[in-house]
Design a protein around this ligand. Sequence first.
Ligand SMILES: Nc1ncnc2c1ncn2[C@@H]1O[C@H](COP(=O)(O)OP(=O)(O)O)[C@@H](O)[C@H]1O
Ligand SMILES: [Mg+2]
Length: 365
Amino acid sequence: MQVKSIRLKNFRNYEQALIEPDAGVTVFTGPNAQGKTNIIEALHLCCLGRSHRTPRDEELIRWGCEEAFVKTQTLQQDGTHEVSILLSRRQKKKKNVRIGAHPAERIGELLGHVCGVLFSPEDLMIVKSGPAERRRFIDMQLSQLRPAYFYALQRAQRALNQRNALLKEIARQPALRSTLDMWDEQLAACGAQIAQNRQEAIEALSLCAHQAHASLTEGREDLSVRYVSVAAQAADPKQTLLERMHAARQEDLRRMTTTVGVHRDDLEITIDGKPARLFASQGQQRSAVLSLKLAQLELARRERGEAPVLMLDDVMSELDPARRRQLIERIDRVQTFVTCTDLADLAGAKKGAVYHVSGGTLTRE
Ligand SMILES: Nc1ncnc2c1ncn2[C@@H]1O[C@H](COP(=O)(O)OP(=O)(O)O)[C@@H](O)[C@H]1O
Ligand SMILES: [Mg+2]
């Protein structure tokens, strides 16, 4: 897949911008706080319908403006695709998505028209932080590749909210207790679908990340990723989820929240058999994240039959020269967007278009 153009209007600190990237590496360079990440964010918005930095779309609208607009055109094996997103402060519908000329009824319809893998310094959190970051990592990957997964996640979230609200309500009205069964059933059904997808994806990811890491560390370290879930490896995930929810019902009623389900899943990331979160050095953790990102890229390429675009936001300066070289070798083969404060960080890379970013203005070199 190749991004042919990105057009911005009143997006973050850009009044107007048009980016016509190279098939290879497109670079955005400039001092801090000029608008480099904002470009990556706009592209991410077209990939997944949301920013990677904030859940609040109104933050993306240029200060003092009513609306923001982003349009991304891609060329894929089956032809040209176009995603347009209009964000509004005042309109009842705050986010309007179009696929080509066709208005999308659901956000999920944009998935797959622009497909990208983002690697930023915050991704270190995948290794260092709690389970929520790791679920987000696998969910973003799977949502882009499989819209049905995205819809299952949405259903699961709604059912979870309803069930949690009901658990609080039952504390006041015990007679409502029997209505829990309905939500258990729904949660187990979409939970099973989510668990099956995660299981399969994480197995493939583990193999790929293991290989990438072996190559990054010249065979010295053994990286592995394992799916941790009540439903992992279950012969019948739905039945297993139902049984575990029933067993936890007293506890759920007492705590007024749902304690069992795929919303508690985790990925266990180990280096040489030890949890990377606890025992790996900062340098090892960085390498592990790089391996995970390279694996993500490879899996997306396999599943789609063509590579997604790679977005590298400020990561070059954080890698040591050897890792940087390894990454630069790989980006030769995929369309890549790189941001950096210093072009020297990209020494050795075949640079295509270079944009200088200053206060929301782009100047092509
Ligand atoms: N909604 C907005 N309207 C106008 N400017 C914004 C908005 N949101 C952020 N900014 C500005 O964008 C700049 C940060 O852009 P960013 O792309 O994160 O910088 P960097 O070049 O360091 O990656 C800051 O100057 C910030 O004030
Ligand atoms: Mg930035």
